[in-house]
Every structure is written in structure tokens, then in C-alpha cells.
Design a protein around this ligand. Structure first.
Ligand SMILES: Nc1nc2c(ncn2[C@@H]2O[C@H](COP(=O)(O)OP(=O)(O)O)[C@@H](O)[C@H]2O)c(=O)[nH]1
Ligand SMILES: [Mg+2]
Length: 234
């Protein structure tokens, strides 16, 4: 980005000189090409969503992944659309935009616009709450209804640290995920167990999904840039 700013400054400086001295034409076009190259190679972010029943730990997962913190009690992230985090996959820099439902799931008022443009979706349930696992099926239907048919899905059983209160066996959930051919992991936002890995795995899937879209400079060509609206940077 710094390089782009410098190139822009030099571009305008040479543009002014060009008007005064035609010899600056050469530099003018060199910087123009440099700017176009950098704009072209800039990576659009991946839009990832966290969905699932209320209280399964979606906001906690977001905070653990982006800020490496855990807050006891319900996490209130109203006024927040998403958080961004940069990760590296196969030596490629990838910017993730992770969107949280901000509590609308309680009233089933998540609109189709939430799903629009999503590249990956993590469906979260609580391993200590049977109802949240039963509802995974309903969340999958929501995805089917609103998200793109090429979206990458992942199943996550959260609160792995509460193993003594577990009611959903690992093998039950794994079997369900295998049936849908989607990855599955158990995480704990409290301890951080498998949180990074979950996002890494989903991003791998998204990159694989877009494998046919690699540009000449090894940057994946993605759908149009997601509008930056109100998110917070990690
Ligand atoms: N023990 C434990 N509690 C968690 C974990 N993740 C979230 N919680 C708790 O579960 C409750 C709901 O979390 P929250 O992130 O607000 O859930 P959301 O409604 O799905 O966004 C809060 O009391 C959290 O502290 C976890 O991994 N382990
Ligand atoms: Mg929440």
C-alpha cells in the first residue's frame, strides 16, 4: 500500500513536470504502469461468516481469532459487521473478513444480504447443547437458500473445553459433516483450541474452490470487492 502511495505521488509529480517539460513523458508512463500493476495485484478479501444458534460462541470465536481474547458472558458485538485479519496460506497473503450475526439469529432475522458475496461459512453448534446441533440442519437450509452454490461450508462444535458436559459425540458430528462432504472441527473459544486451524482450513477450501482463477502473479482472482462498511480491523 505504501508503495502504491509513493507511486501515486511520483506519478502526479511527473505529470506536472510533463506539462512543463515533454522529456518527462517516459517517467510518466513508467509510473502509470507501476500503479496499474499494483492495483491489479491487490488481493480482494474473503468474506467468511459465522452462523448458528444463539450462545454457541460465534462472537467468542470471532474475538479469539481476531483479537486473541476471551470474554466470559454473552459477547455483545452490536454495531459491528465484521473484523478483518490477515493470514498466510501457502506463502500467499490472504485477507479475511469475518462476519458475525450480531445477535439477529435469536429472532431469525438474518437477511439474505448477510449471505451475499460470502466465500465461506462456519456453522457453529455447542457440544453441550443438543438443540444447537439439531438446528445445524436448519442453518444448512438457510445457506442453501441464500448463499452462493459455490460457498465453502464448515461444521464447528464449540466449547470443547467443557468435555465433561458434552452431549454431542465427536463421531456423530463427524459423520454428519462427512455426509455433506464438508470439514469438521471441535474448537474452544475459551482456550483457543483449534480456532486458528478452523479458519485456516476453511480458507484452504475457499482457495481450492477458486483454484481455476489464479492470476499470472499467483494471486487468486475473486468476485468483486466487498464493500467495507463499518468493520473493525484486528
Ligand atoms: N466454556 C466455554 N464457554 C464459551 C466458549 N465460547 C463461548 N462461550 C460462552 O458461551 C456464551 C455465549 O457466547 P457468545 O460468543 O456470546 O455466543 P453467540 O451468541 O453464539 O455469539 C458466553 O457465556 C461465552 O462466554 C467456549 O469455547 N467455552
Ligand atoms: Mg454473538
Amino acid at each position: 500500500m505504501l508503495l502504491l502511495e509513493r507511486s501515486l505521488k511520483l506519478f502526479f509529480w511527473h505529470f506536472v513536470q510533463l506539462i512543463r517539460e515533454p522529456i518527462f513523458t517516459y517517467f510518466f508512463f513508467v509510473y502509470l504502469l507501476l500503479i496499474l500493476h499494483q492495483l491489479n495485484s491487490e488481493q480482494a478479501p474473503f468474506k467468511l461468516l459465522l452462523i448458528g444458534d444463539s450462545s454457541v460462541g460465534k462472537s467468542s470465536i470471532l474475538l479469539r481469532f481476531c483479537d486473541n481474547i476471551f470474554q466470559e458472558g454473552t459477547v455483545n458485538l452490536t454495531n459491528l459487521d465484521f473484523k478483518t485479519k490477515n493470514i498466510t496460506v501457502d506463502n500467499k497473503p490472504v485477507q479475511l473478513q469475518v462476519w458475525d450475526t450480531a445477535g439477529q439469529e435469536r429472532f431469525r432475522t438474518i437477511t439474505s444480504s448477510f449471505y451475499r458475496g460470502a466465500h465461506g461459512i462456519i456453522v457453529v453448534y455447542d457440544i453441550t447443547d443438543q438443540g444447537t446441533f439439531n438446528n445445524v440442519k436448519l442453518w444448512m437450509q438457510e445457506i442453501q437458500r441464500y448463499a452462493s452454490s459455490t460457498v465453502c461450508k464448515m461444521l464447528v462444535g464449540n466449547k470443547h473445553d467443557l468435555d465433561d458436559r458434552r452431549v454431542i459425540g465427536t463421531s456423530t458430528a463427524k459423520e454428519y459433516a462427512d455426509g455433506l462432504a464438508i470439514p469438521f472441527l471441535e474448537t474452544s473459544a475459551k482456550t483457543g483450541h483449534e480456532i486458528e486451524n478452523a479458519f485456516q482450513k476453511l480458507t484452504d477450501e475457499v482457495l481450492r474452490q477458486h483454484a481455476g482463477n489464479w492470476g499470472p502473479d499467483q494471486k487468486v482472482i475473486l468476485p468483486p470487492r466487498i464493500k467495507d462498511s463499518g468493520g473493525r480491523r484486528c
